[in-house]
Design a protein around this ligand. Structure first.
Ligand code: IPM
Ligand code: MG
Length: 379
């Protein structure tokens, strides 16, 4: 019995129906520990392709990131999106540098890709992997198994706002969250689809509709409207502040979770910490309609404090690669990769963020070895 694939990321093609199983991958390692963990993921993917024998990856590297910004004044070329468009998926590392304000790096690379390709669903699975100690182990000995769906195209990240009278006593700054019918309806529908594809068929819709009486009440209404189409999915509502308590106090009452761009950003960091470490948390920026490539990345970011030390945890990046494979329709390979990662974690081959002493390369080597020994079907 293989591991359940806990994270549907769009309608996957059935691999048995596909003739050409060569996938064009755009790798953007970018900043900080990004290059270290993307290299680890590509190594694991290569081992996996070799044992699988069915699919091939054609990887093209893009050197976009803060070094390019320092050199040329921009994070990516003007026709960057056009260069990426020809790929089946994007594997991203991390963006951000100590000498560039975070909002410049974010709006220079990651957000233009997410928003430019309308990757409106951000998918964040969280589980406690074997061998990893969750701070909730006494409250939830069976672990936790969540799928957070983050709205990824609008809301608080819409980039709508401005500043006037800079430096004056009457200075004003606005940051307006935008919620559109199209945007909320499509993320709600995607969340219900994801919930339906998981065994528990349960969705929690997170808002702050007691205090925010326009956009958040609109979210509640859209949840009720879309939810009526899914009588087989049980759903409930939670306010975001109460949600933090529920995640800690009653983790097993949750399964699939949908929230706004900012709320889900915050909740997913909490989720990663409760699952053991930010170093294991993956994400997919997905266009469920497949009009453009989707982008997969570890959540952890650049991590300057450990950059170049060889101790970055590659697990988030492996899990990210598994999400990418699933999106490409390679469900068997995706499950096999996660099996290998779980075997390695269970064996205690862990980086320092998980209390271990292994280096990035040790974990990567162990995963590649486990893959070679796991050619048996996992389903
Ligand atoms: C995330 C990150 C980013 C976000 C940062 C780096 C801007 O925290 O992917 O969760 O807030 O979207
Ligand atoms: Mg975040």
């Amino acid at each position: 019995m293989g591991l359940p694939i806990a994270n549907p990321v769009g309608q996957c093609a059935d691999e048995s129906e596909m003739t050409d199983r060569t996938y064009r991958i755009a790798a953007i390692p970018a900043d900080g520990i990004g290059p270290e963990v993307v290299e680890a993921a590509l190594e694991a993917l290569e081992s996996l392709a070799a044992v699988d024998g069915g699919f091939r990856l054609e990887v093209r590297h893009f050197d976009w990131g803060s070094a390019r910004y320092h050199r040329t004044g921009s994070y990516m070329p003007e026709d960057g999106l056009e260069q990426l468009r020809a790929h089946d998926a994007i594997l991203f590392g991390a963006v951000g540098a100590p000498d560039v304000p975070d909002h410049i790096s974010l709006w220079g690379l990651r957000l233009p890709i997410c928003q430019g390709f309308d990757q409106y669903a951000n998918v964040r699975p969280t589980r406690v992997l074997p061998g990893v100690r969750s701070p909730l182990r006494d409250l939830a000995p069976g672990g936790l198994d969540w799928l957070i769906i983050r709205e990824n195209s609008e809301g608080e990240y819409a980039g709508h706002g401005g500043r006037a009278h800079r430096g004056m006593p009457e200075e004003v700054a606005t940051e307006t969250a935008i919620f559109t019918r199209r945007g909320v309806e499509r993320i709600m529908r995607y969340a219900f689809e994801c919930a339906r594809a998981r065994p528990r068929r349960h969705l929690t819709v997170v808002t702050k509709s007691n205090a925010q009486r326009f956009g958040m009440v609109f979210w509640d209404e859209m949840a009720a409207m879309v939810g009526a189409e899914y009588p087989d999915v049980a759903w409930d509502k939670e306010l975001v502040d109460a949600m933090t308590v529920r995640m800690v106090r009653a983790p097993q009452s949750l399964d699939t979770i949908v929230a706004t761009n900012l709320h889900a950003d915050i909740l997913s960091d909490l989720a990663a910490a409760l699952a053991g470490s930010l170093g294991i948390a993956p994400t997919g920026n997905v266009d469920p309609e497949r009009r453009a490539p989707s982008m997969f990345e570890p959540i952890h970011g650049s991590a300057f404090d450990i950059t170049g030390k060889g101790i970055a945890n590659p697990v988030a990046s492996f899990w990210t690669a598994s999400l990418m494979l699933e999106h490409l329709g390679e469900r068997g390979a995706a499950a096999r990769l996660m099996n290998a990662v779980e075997l390695v974690c269970a064996a205690g081959i862990l980086t320092p963020d998980l209390g271990g002493r292994a280096k990035t390369k040790d974990v990567t080597r162990a995963v590649c070895e486990a893959l070679k020994g796991s050619n048996a079907p996992v389903a």
